[in-house]
Design a protein around this ligand. Structure first.
Ligand code: CP3
Length: 351
């Protein structure tokens, strides 16, 4: 692929340009969960350290942040951390168990539980995350931009209340539907912490931020508007001006206008919606990110390339498309297939 003169000296700016809906020489691509268990280099480190230890060792976390940039040739790096790190200082007992994924030892179920949550200053207590940002920026040396991230208030609340990943979100919805003042109190506290956390990542060097509202697709549009939208809007409205915000969710094909109304320069689309129809719902005054089915990476490289071409065709060369999966890379994904996907995006979108 031909890189225009000047591009190399400034590093690869295609991701940030696409966030601003500027024309780029090709469609930039990165993958949610691009650093993780499907990579042998990660598994080697993980054999020696627990996941939380890796997150809290800035030298190692920065090394993992940079790994996929070198191995896959993606156009952006994402900070190695986890959305649940922000919950640990609230005193609820965060653990990552081998089989059940993340667990909150003391879930929040009532007004009394919410009032017991420890008040904390994200700028002071999560300083190890900002150190990872600084070390990653320095290791990337301008090669590609670094994305910071946080869970969105709803998705964080769902972990706090359910105590882990959930299928039906019964406890979360029960609290929302039965005690709206406690619900809004909890969401306002989370929104405040998330905003401070993201701005501190930006101050440390994150060049864009992504808000993960992974599980908000479980809500009806009415519930989203009443119980979630104002809080997500307050987070996004408080982000340092000029820094692109990607607003990501899944299962929200029927909620895209509301997600956009809450804010974001770029809206994440999962694979359950055609990218062209999703973009039309979002509106062309925002960019979109997505939307290959992560399971498609188990197909042959030829089939992956065909599917990449289909998505690029739906984007129609419009500035503001960032290629990604519709959700994170799945464990056991063959790394060669991920590389084939990144190459296909770069080749088929070159203009
Ligand atoms: O994208 C990246 O590569 C950056 C790092 C990153 C991780 N988690 C590392 C991680 C990011 C952006 C996340 C976000 C995250 N974490 C989300 C939102 C994205 C999504 O997938 O919806 C959510 C819901 C979580 C919560 C979480 N953390 C779960 C459910 C799990 C266990 C199951 C799983 O998917 O791995 C984790 C653990 C986790 N977070 C791992 C990694 C690399 C695996 C830890 C291990 O090595 O065992």
């Amino acid at each position: 692929m031909n890189v225009p003169p000047g591009t190399a000296a400034r590093g690869n700016q295609s991701f940030l340009a696409a966030c601003r809906r500027e024309r780029t020489p090709y469609t930039p691509v990165w993958l949610m969960r691009q650093a993780g268990r499907y990579m042998e280099e990660y598994r080697r480190l993980r054999a020696k350290f627990s996941f939380l230890d890796l997150c809290k060792r800035p030298d190692l976390a920065a090394e993992i942040t940079v790994m996929p940039v070198e191995r896959l040739g993606v156009d952006a790096a994402i900070l190695f951390a986890d959305i649940l790190l922000l919950l640990e200082p609230m005193g609820v007992g965060l653990e990552y168990s081998k089989d059940d994924g993340p667990q909150i030892r003391n879930p929040v179920r009532s007004g009394a539980d919410v009032r017991r949550l420890r008040e904390f200053d994200p700028e002071k207590e999560l300083s190890f995350v900002y150190e990872v940002v600084r070390k990653s920026r320095s290791a990337l040396n301008g090669k590609v931009p670094l994305i910071g991230f946080s869970g969105a208030p709803f998705t964080l609340a769902s972990y706090l209340i359910e105590g882990g990943t959930s299928r039906n979100f019964i406890h979360t919805k029960r609290l929302m539907h039965s005690d709206s003042s406690v619900w809004h109190d909890l969401m306002a506290r989370l929104a405040l912490a998330v905003g401070q956390y993201l701005n501190a990542q930006i101050a440390a060097g994150a060049q864009a931020v992504q808000l993960f509202d992974s599980w908000v697709g479980c809500l009806s549009p009415d519930d989203y508007r009443e119980y979630v939208l104002p809080h997500s809007r307050s987070v996004i409205g408080g982000i340092q001006k000029g820094v692109p915000v990607i607003h990501f969710s899944t299962g929200t094909s029927g909620l895209l206008k509301e997600i956009r109304a809450a804010g974001g320069d770029v809206i994440g689309l999962d694979w359950r919606v055609d990218l062209d129809k999703g973009w039309e719902s979002v509106g062309y005054d925002a960019g979109v990110q997505g939307n290959l089915d992560p399971a498609a990476l188990f197909a042959s490289p030829a089939e992956i390339r065909r599917r990449v071409g289909e998505i690029l065709h739906r984007a129609g060369g419009r500035p503001g498309h960032i290629f990604n999966l519709g959700h994170g890379v799945l464990p056991d994904t063959p790394v060669e297939h991920v590389i084939a996907m990144v190459e296909a995006v770069h080749e088929l979108s070159a203009r």
